[in-house]
Write a protein that binds this ligand. Structure first.
Ligand code: ADP
Ligand code: MG
Length: 244
């Protein structure tokens, strides 16, 4: 399944996923969606709202097992959802430690807190933090146990550009330093073009794979002209998904 030489860390093959709400109409959320992710790769999943993207992430994380198909490799995933989901009555430090298995909960996290710019906030409670800082804590919690795969569900929405850019570069730096892989759902095509090695485009519901688009240019050498040309080419090929 993977390109020559690169190890695949995550496999997803969802044949179909139906929600059958009690007393409501069944809803098919995903159909024929298969992909793999290689070590050290950043993959962005893009598709319309309500397509079935969050459903796909929940399935591959093992949070939803009522589907047809198979998934493998997400046992050691770190997760950041759209809402930071921090415990309000626990300190930042405690919230991050809760991302570790019990036997490693006492370990030294100075490096992680330093890297994420959270040193001064360790003793603070989530309420005292801006949304951007809360997301940063959620990211620290997801990274605390050095996951092989980081799964992000629209993690930067409603942040200002600066806060979003800071979080993006924290994710990219971690990938560059550790060979972690990232699967990120995003609405923000510009963001995806900035950081992804590959884009997965999915249709409206039921989400199925429309295109798997590699972005071969090294991240460091991407500039505005390249980003705009890439976006225009995508918008021409996939106008239903990428707005012009
Ligand atoms: P996305 O993340 O792409 O916006 P979701 O995966 O959250 O989409 O949802 C896909 C579809 O499945 C939507 O139509 C949504 O209303 C429906 N859906 C999601 N969760 C449930 C649920 N627990 N029960 C019934 N329908 C659901
Ligand atoms: Mg969603």
């Amino acid at each position: 399944m993977s390109a020559a030489g690169a190890e695949s860390v995550l496999h997803v093959a969802i044949d179909s996923k139906w929600y059958r709400p009690r007393g409501g109409e069944p809803v098919e959320a995903v159909r024929d969606l298969a992909f793999s992710i290689r070590a050290g790769e950043i993959v962005c999943l893009i598709g319309p709202s309500g397509a079935g993207k969050t459903t796909t992430l929940r399935i591959l994380l093992g949070l939803d097992t009522a589907f047809e198909g198979r998934v493998a490799g997400a046992e050691q995933a770190g997760i950041v959802f759209q809402e930071p989901r921090l415990l309000p009555w626990r300190s930042v430090e405690h919230n991050v430690r809760l991302g570790l298995p019990r036997e490693r909960r006492g370990r030294d996290l100075d490096g992680l807190f330093g890297r994420l710019g959270l040193m001064a906030w360790r003793g603070s409670y989530p309420k005292a933090l801006s949304l951007g800082m809360q997301r940063r804590v959620a990211l620290a919690r997801a990274l605390a146990d050095a996951p092989r795969v980081l799964v992000l569900d629209e993690p930067f929405v409603s942040l200002d550009d600066t806060a979003a850019a800071e979080l993006r570069s924290l994710v990219v730096d971690t990938v560059d330093q550790t060979d972690m892989s990232v699967l990120m759902v995003t609405h923000n095509v510009a963001e995806a073009i900035e950081i992804a090695d590959r884009l997965l485009l999915v249709s409206r519901r039921p989400a199925s794979l429309i295109a798997d688009v590699p972005l071969a240019r090294p991240r460091r050498t991407r500039d505005r002209a390249w980003a705009e040309a890439t976006r225009s080419a995508l918008a021409a090929d996939y106008p239903d998904i990428i707005a012009l």
